[in-house]
Design a binder for this molecule. Structure first.
Ligand SMILES: CC(C)(COP(=O)(O)OP(=O)(O)OC[C@H]1O[C@@H](n2cnc3c(N)ncnc32)[C@H](O)[C@@H]1OP(=O)(O)O)[C@@H](O)C(=O)NCCC(=O)NCCS
Length: 179
């Protein structure tokens, strides 16, 4: 479990289905992250089952209400051969955007990745039309690497670029003023 000022990041359980479906069906949430909005609660349940058995995906819950308002996780970065790093990804329920919540969650996740998991690198990618996600990464101190052109294929079939960001272990400690 990861705790920040307003959030608790914890493992998903099957009881999270209602909250998960609420944002997974929202057309504003999935598409900028590369997935189609869920069309039924059954579809969400299947995905939720895979989240429940994963140690790398966190439910983002509000401490004040216990509600699940998003998810974030760290995964193998298939773009890199080096296995000393992880790639992060995140989505947040749209009524909660613009309150600094994902920035807060990503800070907590970076602590977990570098301090608890002891990883060497964190990477993240977003599509050029999703500047909001870029802001989260910049704010967290990740460094712009460049763009892989014509990299991802969206569920619509559209081919898009990936904007690449990363943070090394050294940059993490320097940002925390520990180096
Ligand atoms: C991207 C996303 C996670 C941002 O979450 P968030 O909690 O709103 O982000 P924050 O409030 O921490 O804001 C981070 C920065 O983005 C800016 N921002 C937030 N909402 C914004 C909006 N609607 N329009 C423009 N800028 C916005 C904030 O101002 C902040 O920058 P600042 O501190 O310099 O002002 C959220 O919009 C989301 O889930 N989008 C859909 C899924 C997605 O895109 N996932 C990422 C895939 S790569």
């Amino acid at each position: 479990m990861i705790e920040t000022e307003r959030l608790c990041l914890r493992r998903f359980t099957l009881e999270d289905l209602e909250d998960f479906y609420e944002y997974a069906k929202d057309p504003l949430v999935g598409p900028p992250a590369g997935w189609k909005p869920h069309e039924s609660k059954e579809e969400s349940l299947e995905i939720l089952k895979s989240f429940v058995s994963s140690e790398d995906i966190f439910a983002m819950t509000l401490k004040s209400s216990g509600k699940v308002i998003g998810s974030l996780g760290c995964h193998e970065d298939r773009k890199r051969e080096y296995k000393g790093g992880v790639m992060i990804g995140y989505v947040l329920s749209s009524p909660y955007w613009g309150k600094g919540l994902m920035s807060e969650a990503v800070e907590g996740l970076l602590d977990y990745i570098f301090l608890t998991l002891g990883m060497d690198l964190v990477s993240a990618y977003y599509y050029p039309f999703n500047e909001k996600s870029g802001k989260v990464l910049k704010k967290a101190g990740l460094v712009y690497e460049g763009i892989i052109r014509k990299c991802s294929v969206l569920p619509t079939g559209e081919v898009v670029d990936d904007v690449c960001y990363s943070m090394t272990r050294e940059e993490f400690f320097r940002k925390r003023n520990w180096l």
